[in-house]
Design a protein around this ligand. Sequence first.
Ligand SMILES: [Zn+2]
Length: 304
Amino acid sequence: MMARLVHLVGIALLTGVASASGQDPGTLNPTSLPPLAHPDPPAKELFARKTKPVPLAARSIGFYSKGCLAGAVALPINGSTWQVMRLSRNRNWGHPKLIAFLESLASKGRKVGWNGLLVGDLSQPRGGPMLSGHNSHQVGLDADIWLTQMPDRTLSREEREFMSAVNMVREDRLDIDPQVWTPERTELIRAAAEDPNVERIFVNAAIKKALCRDAGPDRDWLAKVRPWSGHDYHFHVRIYCPADSPQCKPQSPPEPGDGCGHELDYWFSDAVLHPVPSLEPARPKPPLTLADLPVECRTVLMEP
Ligand SMILES: [Zn+2]
C-alpha cells in the first residue's frame, strides 16, 4: 500500500513539539548513515548514529526539545495490548517511566474499548535531536500514539513501515471527522490525561474541541490536553521529569482551566487555517550543536 506522505510544518518554539507525522512511511531496508566530514556537525547527526543506549542508570537530561537520555530501555515491539510502528526508525526507546506508562495506558485502553496502542516515535537510543520529524522527544519522556487502534493480529514488518494512520480532522479543519472519530478515542485520551505521570498531551485543535464537547461534567483532565499543529493522526503524550533525573527540566504548568473557551479560537482563525504564504521564505533556525545541549550529553554520546 502506498502511504501518503504528509509534511506538516509547525511552529514549535514554546513547547518543543513539532508536527511529527507517524504516517510518514518507513523502509524495509534501513542502511547505516555515512561517516561525518564536518568537524562540528549538528547534534542530530551525532545522535542519529548511535544505535544502542548508554548502559548507565536511567536519566533524562535537559529539556524535552534540548537534551538527551542515558539508560534508555526499549518498548518491546509486540505486547498483548500494543505494537510499535516504523521499526526502521529505531525510536522505541525511552526512560523506564515512559515505558511503564505506555504499558499501563495500553491496558487501561482495553477497559474503554480500545483494542491496543499503535505506538509511533518515542526517542532514539540516546535521545537527542533527530534527523526528521520532531523538535522534542529528546529526553525519553515523549511518545506519539496513533489514533488508529491496533488490529487483532500482529502487523507485518511491511505494514509497520507503510501503513498509514487515519486523519481525524474534517476537511474544513473546524472539527473532527464524524466518520472516523469515536467515543473510545475520547476515553483513551482521558485515561492518558488522568495518569498522574502525564504532564501534557498535544492534539489537533479540532480534536481538543471534540474532547471539550464530549468530556461531560468531569473536566479537570482537559487542562493537560493542549492544541497544537499537526497531531491530526496521533496524540503526543509527555510525562513529567522523573525523580531520578535532577538535570531534567520541567515544562511550565498549563494555564488553569479546561482550555475550552476563547483559547481555542486562535486555532480556528483564518490566519492559522488559511495562512497567506509569505514572499520571503522564513530562514530556518540553525540546528542544535552538541554545545547547545547540557554538557552531560557529551558523555552520553561518547560512551561506547
Ligand atoms: Zn510527538
